[in-house]
Design a protein around this ligand. Structure first.
Ligand SMILES: [Zn+2]
Length: 282
């Protein structure tokens, strides 16, 4: 509950933080160990803010730069895995909230990576200019578009609501001769609905997104916040895993339960009267 409150408080401050560096809620940027999720797909984020690294023979893909203050943690995690931060060739921007994209310019400066942003979220993403730095956007992607690099293909899926163009990504991963469908969720968090940027159709978008979320074949899944996908528990299981145990990140049932839970909490928030001064979203 405390975590949820922190999240709600943090999200409610976002509109004020556009042009300056934002302060992460307490603990969010604490270090978290880098680890392989499956195949060439790794976690390199902080305790709460997920970032993912995909290694290919042509270089690295990073998903989510997070806050500028997250970057030292991400860089150390990349290096702990034995990779070079400067080998990041592509940065896939997170959704247009500062806890996922604030450091895009910083990471581009450090690596020269091509920054890929979802077309719908691009204007809101470009508005984040920490320290006055222009937000780099090198390529825009649309729903269903594939990003292929070094033999890895990631496909973008617009899952609107949390932001207007929130992008989830799918790819196939291999482990012990089997292929698994990986789903990199954007955010389907509507618990903070009243604090989100409201736009026409946002409620319909959220509802359609929960429906769409159930249409993907998901074996392994992650999300933009560690707490959304049970990072701490799954990592603890990974540490204890024996050869006989399944990979704890294979979690199709957990994914569907998560969609159900977040849809319910969204509808619960919506059923409450909007606080005075906020206006009801339509
Ligand atoms: Zn967000």
């Amino acid at each position: 509950m405390r975590k949820l409150m922190l999240l709600v408080v943090a999200l409610s401050f976002f509109p004020m933080m556009t042009f300056s560096q934002a302060a992460a809620p307490a603990g969010w940027n604490d270090p978290f160990p880098a680890h392989k999720i499956m195949d060439n797909f790794y976690f390199v984020g902080t305790k709460e803010l997920a970032s993912f690294l995909i290694s290919t023979p042509q270089g690295l893909i990073l998903m989510n730069s997070n806050y500028e203050a997250s970057v030292p943690v991400i860089k150390k995690n990349v290096e702990d895995l034995g990779f070079k931060f400067t080998d990041i060739k592509i940065l896939i921007a997170g959704h247009a909230h500062p806890d996922h994209v604030e450091a895009d310019a910083m990471v581009k400066q450090m690596t020269g990576a091509q920054v890929i942003v979802g077309r719908i979220d691009a204007p809101d993403t470009a508005a984040f200019k920490p320290g006055g730095k222009e937000h780099p956007i090198d390529r825009l992607v649309d729903d269903g578009e594939a990003v292929t690099f070094g033999g890895t293909t990631l496909t973008a899926h617009v899952m609107p609501g949390h932001t207007k163009g929130c992008l989830a990504w799918t790819t196939d991963l291999k482990e012990e001769g089997k292929t698994y469908h990986m789903f990199v969720e954007c955010s389907i968090n509507g618990r903070s609905f009243r604090s989100l940027t409201q736009y026409p159709g946002i409620v319909d978008d959220f509802r359609a997104t929960y429906k769409k979320a159930r249409t993907f074949p998901v074996d392994v899944w992650v999300s933009s916040h560690g707490s959304f996908y049970g990072l701490a528990d799954k990592y603890a299981k990974l540490q204890k895993k024996t050869a006989a145990d399944p990979n704890p990140f294979i979690d199709p049932k957990g994914y569907l339960a998560h969609v159900d839970e977040y849809e319910k909490s969204f509808e619960a928030v919506l059923a409450q009267p909007a606080p005075a001064g906020r206006g009801a979203a339509r």
